[in-house]
Design a protein around this ligand. Structure first.
Ligand code: CDP
Length: 223
């Protein structure tokens, strides 16, 4: 019997620089699925806070900003773009200062609930690969495939350092550790391995190897 192919939802969670975005993008492309980078939404809120001169630890202000902004994802020439209130901010959200602000605003329950429905709407039709910190545990608890990607701190620091060589490796390692601690230690939707997630260690492995492993797991689930 040949099983019918279905358009499943794939949740990929893990710490900073574990390879989530790269793996998610390739897996989505191979399956003809859409890719949703949920970290971009938290980064977007962080960016707006910094621009407005607001303190990202201020829960009320961050929640108002998250509720007031309109986020749209768009695919252009093979890359995922984020528009905030109609303006393309893709180039403005990637820095570590914005990453830190994102992690600070992501602690607030009001911010998380403001962004929750938008994320679920993006996955509603299936055929999606979504990456973040709480996708398998909170956003898409019924995702047919949940992956938890990890890599050693040393390797993650090397990867991030290669992307932004201006910052010394030691400082990059410390920034990653601080962000991991904040993301895993928060009360609302902390980064953790879902009970039914597949743990995939990417340390010392090529992107293609990991992509093939995730694709095999996706096919097992009917993709
Ligand atoms: O690219 P990187 O792994 O450094 O981070 P990201 O995925 O862009 O996420 C930036 C920050 O947003 C994280 O450090 C988390 O604090 C937060 N985030 C979250 O809380 N929940 C998500 N689903 C995605 C991101």
């Amino acid at each position: 019997m040949i099983a019918a192919q279905v358009r499943i939802a794939i949740a990929i969670d893990g710490p900073a620089s574990s390879g989530k975005g790269t793996v998610a993008r390739f897996v989505a492309a191979r399956l003809g699925y859409s890719y949703v980078d949920t970290g971009a939404l938290y980064r977007g809120v962080g960016l707006l806070m910094l621009r407005a001169g607001l303190d990202p630890t201020d829960a009320g202000a961050a929640t108002r900003v998250a509720l007031g902004a309109r986020f749209d994802f768009e695919w252009r020439e093979g890359s995922l773009r984020l528009k905030i209130d109609g303006v393309d901010e893709t180039g403005s959200i990637r820095g570590e200062d914005v990453g830190r602000a994102a992690s600070a605003v992501a602690v607030h329950p009001g911010v998380r609930s403001a962004l929750l429905q938008a994320q679920r709407d993006l996955a509603a039709r299936g055929g999606v690969v979504m990456d973040g910190r709480d996708i398998g545990t909170v956003v898409l608890p019924n995702a047919q495939l949940k992956i938890y990607l990890d890599a050693s701190l040393e390797e993650r620091a090397r990867r991030r350092h290669a992307e932004a060589p201006g910052v010394p490796l030691d400082a990059v390692r410390q920034q990653l550790e601080a962000r991991d601690r904040q993301d895993s230690g928060r009360e609302t939707a902390p980064l953790r391995l879902a009970d039914d997630a597949e743990f995939v260690d990417t340390t010392g492995r090529s992107v293609e190897e990991v992509v093939q492993q995730v694709l095999a797991l996706a096919r097992d689930r009917g993709a």
